[in-house]
Write a protein that binds this ligand. Structure first.
Ligand code: ADP
Ligand code: ZN
Length: 321
């Protein structure tokens, strides 16, 4: 029986922009668009328009993956599954994201955090291939973390909120009280792009590499990674998001994590191969939307009785009964 690569849609739903794509993987994206995040009604209408146009042009989609900002409800057994829940983003609290899409499409829809999505994409095609326990952190407008433990995406009561852990802040060195509306000087409150901009009165992207902002930033991120390494024992840590475009942060963070762990954890990954341990996303800025496609692919595989799968130019092809 002939088989052809199945088409999936990925929706990366960010607080400032949405990125949507249709394809089978990194080397085969057939439709792509991005637009600003406005009201839920207007933004989701644009998503549906994109899906309709893509299906008309490229054929039927097999599943949709949504990787969204949160907090959100990723638990299929919950009455508010598929909702963005308590977000402070104006207009978006308690938005029934999946329910709105379901009114228009009858294919499987996967719904997870942006960082679990990006983590799954990195596992499928990027820097986490072959691993079963790793984290993906984004350092952008907010800070969030996701990934896998023993091959399962990180869920739980809701989902981890790694951006809101508490750090040690020396008020002599850094009197800035932080910008998190809930916690003040949590990780996101101190080290997100907007926190850097507010503290220094200048957009993060415009601060030169020798500005003291970056040593402080590396200190905070290294403190956070110390905590995550000690709690989850990840085999690798992937750092994405706009702030990490400052690539000089990578060696600074690695050195600080090593100093801070102080050879307590006796693994060659931490003692000798830090450049392979704390890394940028293999998929670059496409990690988010490709991750959403990976969520779709996984949802399809879980809900259909797939008999055999073969890898074909990096894409999965499925032969069904
Ligand atoms: P989002 O988190 O909204 O999905 P990004 O990951 O692109 O999007 O993060 C945007 C944040 O990253 C902004 O606060 C911006 O200031 C910061 N940022 C973007 N580019 C850079 C850069 N080159 N250097 C430092 N910070 C940057
Ligand atoms: Zn916080």
């Amino acid at each position: 029986m002939p088989s052809s690569p199945l088409l999936f849609a990925g929706i990366e739903a960010g607080g400032t922009k949405f990125v949507c794509a249709v394809g089978t993987g990194p080397n085969d994206l057939r439709a792509f668009t991005r637009f600003p995040t406005t009201t839920p009604a207007e933004t989701l209408a644009r998503v549906i328009e994109f899906l309709d146009a893509a299906q008309r042009q490229h054929g039927a989609l097999s599943a949709i993956g949504v990787a969204a900002f949160g907090p959100l409800d990723p638990n299929p057994a919950s009455p508010t599954y598929g909702f963005i829940t308590t977000t402070p983003k104006p207009g978006w609290a308690h938005t029934d994201f999946v329910g709105t899409l379901r009114q228009h499409v009858a294919i499987p829809i996967a719904f997870d955090t942006d960082v679990n999505g990006a983590g799954l994409g990195e596992w499928r095609w990027g820097a986490a291939r072959g691993l079963d326990t790793f984290i993906y952190l984004t350092i952008g407008t907010g800070i969030g973390g996701g990934g896998m433990v023993r091959g399962r995406l990180l869920h739980g009561l809701m989902h981890p909120e790694m951006g809101h852990i508490l750090l040690r802040r020396d008020p002599q060195r850094d009197p800035f009280p932080g910008i998190c509306p809930y916690h003040g000087d949590c990780l996101e409150g101190l080290a997100s792009g907007p926190a850097i901009a507010r503290r220094w009165g200048q957009k993060a992207a415009l601060l030169p590499p020798d500005h003291p902002a970056w040593d402080l930033e590396a200190d905070y991120l290294a403190q956070a990674l110390h905590t995550f390494i000690c709690t989850l024992s990840p085999q690798r840590i992937i750092l994405g998001g706009g702030v990490m475009h400052q690539t000089h942060l990578f060696p600074r963070i690695r050195a600080r994590v090593q100093r801070s762990l102080n050879a307590y954890i006796q693994s060659p990954a931490l003692l000798e191969h830090m450049e392979d341990y704390i890394v940028p996303p293999g998929l670059g800025d496409r990690a988010g939307v490709l991750g959403a496609i990976a969520l779709a692919e996984r949802a399809f595989r879980q809900t259909s009785n797939v008999k055999r799968k073969t890898s074909d130019h990096g894409a999965w092809t499925f032969e069904k009964d």
